[in-house]
Ligand binder design. Structure first.
Ligand code: PRX
Length: 573
C-alpha cells in the first residue's frame, strides 16, 4: 500500500534551453529568491526550513525517513521546532556560539538533520563525520578544526578520544540511556524543557557554514570550509540540474559525512522546498528499489558504484517493483560508464545524467541537463555562471580535444572559502589567482562537452569515496610489523577503484595471508572500513626517491604491467 498517492509532477524541465540560459545567466538574478536580498542577513537554516513555514508551507512534508526499524515523516514545521530545541540545548548546555566548530558524528537518523540545523541556527560551523570513521580519522579531524563540541550516539562515543583533544569541551549524546558525566551530556535530559522557539543568529555571506574534510595525494585530510553564500548555487543547481519542482520527492543516496550528502542530500532539496527521502539502512538492492517505490521517488541522485551493484543484482528483481514515479536520475563521483547508462535505459527507460564536481567546488560544476542532448560518457557542460576550461601547467587554455587540467574560473558562489588552518594549501589550488585547478584531467570537444580522463594525482576514488593514499599509508606504518607502505587505486569493475597496498615488512617477519588480514583489520578498525586495502602485496623493498618518498607511480606501473619509465627523472622531493 502506498503511503500517499503520487502526485504527477510536470515533466517539462525547469531549464528549457541550456544555451540561452548559459549565455544570459548572472548569479545576481537569483538573489531575489532569498530573504537576505531584502534583509542583508544570512542563515542557511532559515532559507531551508523556517522561511517555508513563514510562507505557509509548514505542513508540507520535508523529510521521509526509513531504516530497518523506523519509518517517519516530518513537516517543515516539525524540523523548525526540532532544530530550535537542538539550538537551545547546544547553546544552554555547551555554550555554542557563532563560528564554533560543532561536529556531528552520527549514523543517518532524523536527529542528525535536526542537530545540523540546530548548529546552523546558532551561526556555528557544522562538521559532519562519516559514521564509519574510527578513532584515528575522528581524532585528526577534531584536532585540526579545534572542535568545541561533538554530537554523537552511544555506539560511536568510544571512538572520540576526549582526553587527547584539549579544545573539545562537550560531547552531546542523542540516544537512549546515556551514561552522562561532566563533559558527556544526555540530549534527552534537556529535551522536554527546551524552548521550541529560537532567535536565529544572522550572518554575513562569507561566514562559515560547513567544514568537510577531504583527501589529497599528500598530507592529512584537509578541512574544506564552505560559507553561507554557497546556498545560491545549491538552490539554482537544485532547480536546473536536479530539476526539482514543487511536488517532487527527491532521494540522494549519499551520506551527509560527504559533500554530496549535505549540498544535495540536505541543502539543495530544502532550499527548493521539496520532500527529501533519507534511507538510513545498509545498501541492499531490495531495500533500495523498495525505497524508490514506497515513497514514489521522482528524482534520484546516486553514484556509479551503486548503479553497478544494482545492475549486478539482475533485471529480474526490478520487475517486482513499480518504479514508474522516477522521472529524473543523476549520478556523481566517478565516471559513468556506458554499461550503466545502458542499464538505466533498460530498467528505468531513463537516461542517467552525469554530474561533475568536488568537495572543494561545493556544488555542481559540469553537468548534463534534462533539456540537453546527452553524449554518453561526457560529464556535460558547465553550469550557468561557471566558466570552465582545459589548461596546461602554466595556466594557458588549450583548444578542443586537447587533454589537460580541468580548471574553473575562480569566484563561483559555492567555492570553498579556505582550507582550515592552511592558507598555503588553499592558495596552491589556484594558478595566477584566476583558475581553480581540479586535479582531474579532461578534454573539451568542439561542441563544449567535457570528457573526464582521470586524476592527475594519486587520489583514489573507491566506490565513489575519495581516499587519500597518505592517510592510509600513515595508518599502515603504525602496524608494528610494517616497515614501509605505498598505496594506489587499482581499477575494479564494480567499485571503480579498490585500494591496494604494497608493503615491506620489518626484519624478522614472514609474509602470510593471515598477516594480510591482520593488517587489513588494523586499518579498518583504526581508520575506517572504506579506507582499508582490499588487496595487499608484500615486497622486499618499495621504490623511493632519494629523499625517501615512495613512488606511487611506479607501484601503479607494476600493478598495470606498464613500463615504469625513466626512474631517474622522478622529482627528488
Ligand atoms: O575525480 C573526480 C571524481 O571525484 C573527485 C571529487 O571527489 P569528492 O571531493 O569526494 O567529491 C565527490 C562528489 C562531489 C573529482 O576530482 N568525480 C566526481 N564526479 C565525477 C568524478 N569523476 C568522473 N565523473 C564524474 N561525474
Amino acid at each position: 500500500m502506498r503511503l500517499e498517492l503520487y502526485k504527477a509532477v510536470d515533466k517539462t524541465p525547469n531549464m528549457k534551453d541550456y544555451d540561452s540560459v548559459y549565455e544570459s545567466f548572472q548569479w545576481e538574478d537569483t538573489f531575489d529568491h532569498f530573504s537576505w536580498s531584502k534583509t542583508g542577513q544570512y542563515n542557511m537554516a532559515y532559507e531551508c526550513i523556517d522561511k517555508h513555514v513563514e510562507e505557509g508551507y509548514g505542513e508540507h512534508v520535508a523529510l521521509k525517513y526509513r531504516d530497518k526499524n523506523v519509518e517517519a515523516s516530518y513537516t517543515f514545521k516539525d524540523i523548525m521546532i526540532e532544530s530550535n530545541k537542538a539550538a537551545n540545548i547546544f547553546r544552554n548546555q555547551a555554550d555554542v556560539t557563532k563560528g564554533d566548530r560543532v561536529f556531528i558524528f552520527m549514523n543517518r537518523s532524523p536527529e542528525l538533520y535536526f542537530a545540523l540545523f540546530g548548529i546552523l541556527k546558532l551561526g556555528a560551523i557544522a562538521g559532519p563525520l562519516f559514521e564509519a570513521f574510527m578513532e584515528k580519522a575522528v581524532t585528526d579531524r577534531l584536532e585540526n578544526s579545534e572542535a568545541k563540541v561533538v554530537i554523537t550516539t552511544n555506539e560511536l562515543l568510544n571512538r572520540i578520544p576526549h582526553n587527547k583533544l584539549p579544545n573539545l569541551e562537550k560531547i552531546i549524546v542523542i540516544d537512549d540511556e546515556v551514561n552522562a558525566s561532566n563533559d558527556v551530556l544526555d540530549y534527552y535530559e534537556y529535551y522536554d524543557s527546551a524552548d521550541e522557539t529560537f532567535d536565529i543568529e544572522w550572518l554575513k555571506k562569507d561566514d562559515g557554514l560547513i567544514l568537510h574534510y577531504t583527501s589529497g595525494s599528500t598530507g592529512q585530510p584537509k578541512g574544506v570550509l564552505h560559507v553561507q553564500q554557497a546556498m545560491v548555487q545549491h538552490y539554482i543547481t537544485g532547480k536546473y540540474v536536479l530539476d526539482l519542482k514543487e511536488d517532487d520527492v527527491f532521494w540522494c543516496t549519499a551520506d551527509p559525512g560527504w559533500v554530496t550528502g549535505t549540498s544535495y542530500g540536505i541543502f539543495a532539496p530544502w532550499l527548493n522546498r521539496v520532500t527529501n527521502v533519507v534511507f538510513g539502512g545498509r545498501f541492499s538492492p531490495e531495500a533500495w528499489y523498495e525505497t524508490l517505490e514506497k515513497y514514489d521517488v521522482t528524482v534520484w541522485y546516486s553514484a556509479p558504484t551503486a548503479f553497478r551493484m544494482l545492475m549486478n543484482a539482475g533485471d529480474e528483481l526490478v520487475h517486482h517493483y513499480d518504479l514508474s514515479s522516477v522521472r529524473h536520475i543523476l549520478s556523481v563521483g566517478e565516471p559513468l560508464n556506458p554499461e550503466v547508462i545502458k542499464w538505466g535505459n533498460n530498467v528505468f527507460k531513463k537516461r542517467i545524467h552525469d554530474t561533475w564536481w568536488m568537495t572543494e567546488t561545493g556544488a555542481h560544476m559540469i553537468c548534463n541537463y534534462p533539456s540537453m542532448d546527452i553524449r554518453a560518457g561526457s560529464m556535460g557542460k558547465p553550469v550557468p555562471g561557471i566558466q570552465a576550461a582545459i589548461i596546461d601547467h602554466q595556466g594557458n587554455e588549450l583548444g578542443p580535444n586537447q587533454m589537460g587540467n580541468l580548471a574553473i574560473k575562480k569566484g563561483w558562489p559555492s567555492m570553498m572559502h579556505t582550507i582550515w588552518n592552511n592558507e598555503a594549501k588553499y592558495n596552491s589550488y589556484f594558478v595566477d589567482d584566476t583558475w581553480y585547478i581540479s586535479g582531474d584531467s579532461a578534454y573539451k570537444d568542439e561542441d563544449g562537452y567535457y570528457w573526464f580522463q582521470g586524476r592527475v594525482d594519486d587520489v583514489i576514488m573507491t566506490a565513489g569515496e575519495r581516499v587519500g593514499p597518505f592517510e592510509v599509508e600513515s595508518k599502515l606504518v603504525e602496524h608494528p610489523k610494517v616497515a614501509e607502505a605505498g598505496v594506489i587505486g587499482k581499477p575494479d569493475p564494480i567499485r571503480g577503484e579498490i585500494i591496494k597496498a604494497f608493503i615491506a615488512l620489518r626484519d624478522g617477519y614472514e609474509t602470510s595471508d593471515e598477516l594480510k588480514e591482520e593488517i587489513r583489520v588494523f586499518v579498518k578498525e583504526g581508520l575506517a572500513a572504506h579506507a582499508a586495502p582490499r588487496e595487499i602485496e608484500f615486497k622486499d623493498k618499495l621504490p623511493k626517491t632519494r629523499s625517501g618518498k615512495i613512488m606511487r607511480r611506479v607501484l601503479k606501473s607494476w600493478e598495470l604491467d606498464l613500463p615504469t619509465g625513466d626512474l631517474s627523472t622522478i622529482d627528488d622531493d
